[in-house]
Design a protein around this ligand. Structure first.
Ligand SMILES: *Cc1c(COP(=O)(O)O)cnc(C)c1O
Length: 456
């Protein structure tokens, strides 16, 4: 195809839209390890999990075999509000970088929550409603997940209780207020409203909180209130299943124009956007039908894949959640305050962890100031103001494109642009004023957290 024939933005028509979520686990020879009961160390049963999660989501969580899940009509209807998301050819960035590489990005920031998280939030709210529940509890870091969930809960008229990591609650009042517009109640974490919160505050007064700690509080609240369940915005298998809608749309759009990506890049916090974007492509690789390079990009301050270990660990700081086998830094690892709040989780999706361990995927880590440099390069030529999380993927995509300039290779690079950065302007301000640091944990620090991993 000539340059003119591929549009600047590729959209799908309603009839081309994916009708299924794709369950990557069905094509994995080495399945992700099961979640374990933290007390008995036995695999969690559906019955045990359904005390915490909605029934249909439990079934999805445990299902390693069903390849396709039809997306319920109510969810398809909601998706129509903001999907398809555009697949954009970054002509201006290519020109700026003087690269022979072709760069595409899938932009998930075109909804009020400002990120891809709405794709799973609406699914989880739907199943909670279907089960007749009163409401859901959750945690949020930077606030994107809480915002997405509050929108989804408002749509299905469910109550929504959000524990927000304290540092974000204080630094990001705007996102907090967006959640309240959609009817959610927002509590800074750690808080005095739960046992685990009180314990953490006693041991670490003055802590700015962490995602792991907020998870513990949300789980305790769900388990302690009849008619409530806990929902999680990343890491879990069910979330990657819902997020496969990103990759399905991308694949359909690329197939339509006969585009074959060589390299697929995504930022990785808990792994949901990356897992969703790569799903159908990774499926082809696993089935031996095509080959791609996949790159996970994480912050140098929270390097779960590149410097963590593949082991069973607690999903939360309070050690009440099931144990997951994943690349982890240790559940009590609290990363240095980093402006990509959505990437501050100590662990990683068990699916992506398994694929990484099997050599199916690569990972790189990048320091914060390089990420913001990449964000600005991108914003100035492509127009969109990217979220700091998304900018990790931009940074790695630029690195690959620059490498192509040096070697003369005309590679096709695809990356996930997960969200917008309007609520992250304090971080941009620090960057502009030269006040941003690039803290990277030492080997000794990481070893001390690793020594505290549970022995399974
Ligand atoms: C939450 C978030 C991420 C990271 O979460 P994953 O589960 O790893 O996808 C990335 N980008 C944005 C904009 C986010 O809000």
């Amino acid at each position: 195809m000539t340059r003119q024939e591929i549009p600047y933005k590729i959209y799908l028509t309603e009839s081309e839209m994916p009708q299924y979520w794709y369950n990557l686990r069905a094509d994995m020879k080495n399945k992700p390890a099961p979640l374990l009961n933290p007390g008995t160390h036995q695999p969690m049963t559906a019955e045990e999990l359904s005390g915490v999660f909605c029934e249909e989501l439990v079934q999805q969580e445990l299902d390693n075999d069903t390849r396709e899940y039809p997306i319920p009509q109510e969810i398809l209807d909601f998706y129509k509000m903001y999907r398809p998301s555009p697949l954009v050819r970054a002509y201006c960035l290519e020109k700026k970088l003087k690269t022979p590489a072709k760069i595409y990005y899938k932009f998930e920031g075109n909804n009020t929550s400002g990120s891809h998280k709405l794709n799973s939030a609406i699914a989880q709210a739907y199943y909670a409603k279907k089960q007749g529940l009163k409401g859901v509890t959750t945690e949020t870091g930077a606030g994107q997940w809480g915002t997405a969930l509050s929108m989804a809960c408002a749509y299905f008229e469910l109550d929504c209780k959000v524990y927000m990591v304290k540092v974000s609650y204080e630094q990001k009042p705007f996102r907090r207020e967006v959640m309240r517009v959609y009817g959610a109640s927002v509590t800074p974490s750690p808080s005095m409203t739960t046992q685990v919160g009180r314990k953490i505050l006693e041991e670490h007064p003055g802590t700015t909180g962490s995602l792991g700690c907020a998870i513990s509080e949300a789980v305790e609240t769900a388990v302690g209130n009849p008619g409530y369940r806990y929902v999680l915005g990343s890491v879990l298998n069910q979330v990657l299943l819902h997020q496969s809608v990103i990759g399905m749309e991308t694949k359909i759009a690329m197939d339509k124009y006969d585009i074959h990506p060589d390299i697929i890049i995504g930022c990785a916090g808990g792994g949901s956007n990356l897992g969703g974007l790569i799903a159908p492509f990774m499926g082809e690789k696993l089935r031996g039908e095509a080959d791609y390079r996949f790159i996970a990009v994480e912050p140098a301050s929270c390097p779960s894949l590149t410097r963590g270990v593949f082991a069973y660990d607690f999903a939360d700081t309070g050690m009440v959640c099931p144990l997951a086998k994943m690349y982890t830094l240790g559940s009590d690892f609290i990363p240095a305050p980093n402006h990509a709040g959505g990437l501050r989780y100590h662990g990683m999706s068990p699916i992506l962890s398994q694929l990484y361990d099997d050599g199916m995927m690569e990972a790189v880590s990048v320091p914060q100031t390089r990420v913001f440099e990449a964000a600005e390069t991108f914003a100035r030529v492509e127009g969109i103001l990217p979220a700091p999380e998304s900018s990790h993927a931009i940074c790695a995509a630029i690195d690959e494109a620059v490498r192509c300039r040096e070697t003369g290779e005309e590679k096709t690079i695809l990356f996930g642009l997960t969200g917008t950065g309007y609520f992250d302007l304090v971080a941009y301000e620090k960057f502009h004023d030269g006040k941003m640091d690039d803290y990277v944990p030492t080997d000794e620090e990481l070893a001390s957290f690793r020594a505290r991993l549970p022995r399974i």
